[in-house]
Design a protein around this ligand. Sequence first.
Ligand code: MN
Length: 252
Amino acid sequence: MPPVIGISTRPRVVPTSGGELGVDSVQHTYRDAVQRAGGIPLLLAPVPDAHIEVLLDRLHGLVLTGGGDVDPATYGSDERDRVYAVDGRRDAFEFALTRGAQARKMPVLAICRGLQVVNVALGGTLIEDIPTALSGPAASDGGHAQRGDAAFRAHQAVNLEPGCLLARTLGTTDLMVNSIHHQAVRRIAPGLRTVGAAADGVIEAIEADDESWPLLAVQWHPEYLSDAGDAASHRLFAALVAAADVEAAGRR
Ligand code: MN
């Protein structure tokens, strides 16, 4: 029985025949990557905290997806000017999913915003805007916020800690990636550790100290690379689905 992988969605306003309406949506690349890996993708709409455990009972793994910025107020920052597409309900939902997943050691693949969500949910903080934080002669977006083809690898090299779960899954400690982010981890949350960084010091990958919680969290976008046929990126989704299969077997 294939494991069920919950995929968080993004609130948007889209034109419809009934006028502009709010929808919860996510790019097909996420569900396609989960399906290619053998999982059943289930798109998640936000639910109140009281329903989180009931929802998690029906999932075997979780993908926390990209999207707008986490509200800086949730990590004690009063930054308002350089943050985009904040949605408090999505933040609260994904924070609750993260804490619930950690408590039951549910497999999680956290991508871009998802990595940032995991860090803030567990007590960390974020750099609100990388170009502002990297001020100085070398100031630029550092390739962190590429435009155009989402599967193009415009980012500087990412170096992974040898032996970390991510390096073992990808089969390398040195990789070129795509990248669409302007925020990053500032202070890492208790219980998490940095396992990958770019040459400019920006944190690109984190994992749990507790190796019995299969958490893979990356700042780049393996769903686009997997969609473009990249075997290593596919292995991240395959690892999630394999771990979710173990989770499912434990409940049968
Ligand atoms: Mn980056």
